[in-house]
Design a protein around this ligand. Structure first.
Ligand code: NAD
Ligand code: UD1
Length: 341
């Protein structure tokens, strides 16, 4: 049985990926410093999978501490989710973002080299396409100019990994560019659990639907789109998780080098359509008002899914209705999020 080290495996996407890996016969070791997640996630994973996973509370920037994980386990592949991801916060504390996101990636690469681990999957983002609206974004679309330090960390790490691969020709590296991950596990036991007031659309709608927040402000209804609100490619987090299993399987059966895939559905959903879908899922209206555009937003962003379908065998299964109903289940089962200890 192959063992996958999942850094950031206690977080939103990481925890769902742990389940997909487990269901596909992989053993999993998790390294997470709980910077943006709670230990309760491990208890929830145990409930869902019927077993616990080896968990290390470790900062992936700390080479000495992380080396213990490689010493104590025979790791076959690494999926590197660990990182900070709040766009607004990255503008306020850019140095923390650069040092945490880039530092953790470099440390992981150094240890992979030292311990002879050859397979790496990295969480990149559609944000690397920048402000272009030449949709759909294909893997060949040019890299853009990012609008915030968070985006630049993804852009820079992609470049670092290309350079690393040239210097270490045995390495097999897969860059996955996620579009907009939303939704929750069907059990309602794990889901997105943001600190404070959410910035992203789905966690915000969930909290308005659940009554914790009063109303949603729709950022702009004068975009050049059919209903005037922005289009995004929302992808169910469980589909995204399965994409990571496909990526590991792809690396297992391919030669060394860097490969790159978008993970999206290929379909744009407007903010108005997302609200309507959520209203259907929760059974009552979502209080919302229309406000000005949010600086840095683009009108339209969705993926070309052709390459992932053809080469990775990945195709998203879940619809926007599935995403909303799973979000709503998670929200109603955990109105205050997860407990802190
Ligand atoms: P998340 O914050 O829920 O999970 C990240 C996890 O990494 C957290 O549990 C956090 O405690 C941990 N972590 C952060 N820094 C660490 C460090 N130095 N050492 C050890 N653990 C550390 O975020 P997520 O939504 O699950 O995102 C996972 C990855 O995917 C991130 O790299 C993120 O940038 C990327 N991504 C996310 C989205 C999205 O919309 N959620 C989109 C594109 C890319
Ligand atoms: C955000 C990040 C992006 C990241 C992506 C994936 C910003 C500026 N960008 O993008 O870097 O890769 O998430 O997680 O934060 N909206 C509202 N009202 C709200 C919140 C959002 O109308 O209260 C609208 C936004 O204007 C946008 C859509 O909903 O049109 C989706 O927003 P969001 O969930 O923040 O995702 P992105 O903007 O795509």
């Amino acid at each position: 049985m192959s063992t996958v080290l999942v850094t950031g495996g206690n977080g939103y996407i990481g925890s769902h990926t742990v389940i997909s890996l487990f269901e596909n016969g992989y053993d999993v070791v998790i390294a997470d410093n709980l910077a943006n997640s709670k230990m309760e996630v491990q208890r929830r994973l145990e409930k869902i999978c019927g077993r616990s996973f080896k968990f290390y509370n470790v900062d992936c920037c700390d080479e000495e501490a992380l080396s213990v994980v490689f010493e104590e386990n025979k790791i076959d592949a690494v999926i590197h989710f660990a990182g900070l991801k709040a766009v607004g916060e990255s503008v306020t504390i850019p140095l923390d973002y650069y040092s945490n996101n880039i530092g953790s990636m470099i440390t992981v690469c150094r240890l992979m080299k030292k311990y002879g681990v050859r397979e790496l999957v990295f969480s990149s983002s559609a944000t690397v396409y920048g402000m272009s609206e030449d949709v759909p974004f294909t893997e060949e679309s040019p890299l853009g100019v990012c609008t915030n330090p968070y985006g630049w960390t993804k852009w820079m790490i992609e470049q670092i990994l290309r350079d690393f691969s040239k210097a270490e020709p045995d390495m097999k590296i897969c860059l996955l560019r996620y579009f907009n991950p939303v939704g929750a596990h069907e059990s309602g036991l794990i889901g997105e659990d943001p600190r404070g007031i959410p910035n992203n659309l789905f966690p915000y709608i969930s909290k308005v639907a659940g009554g914790t927040l009063e109303k949603l402000t729709v950022f702009g209804d004068d975009y050049p789109t059919p209903d005037g609100t922005c289009l995004r490619d929302y992808i169910h987090v469980c589909d995204l998780a399965d994409g990571h299993v496909k990526a590991i399987q792809y690396l297992d059966s391919h030669d060394s080098g860097v490969c790159l895939f978008n993970l999206g559905t290929g379909k744009g959903t407007s903010v108005k359509e997302a609200i309507a879908a959520f209203e259907k899922a929760c059974g009552h209206p979502i209080n919302h008002v229309f406000g000005p555009r949010r600086p840095g937003d683009i009108a339209v962003c969705y993926a070309s899914t052709e390459k992932a379908e053809k080469e990775l065998g990945f195709k998203a299964r879940y619809t926007i209705d599935d995403m909303c109903s799973s979000c709503w289940k998670w929200q109603t089962m955990n109105p205050e999020g997860l407990s802190d200890n």
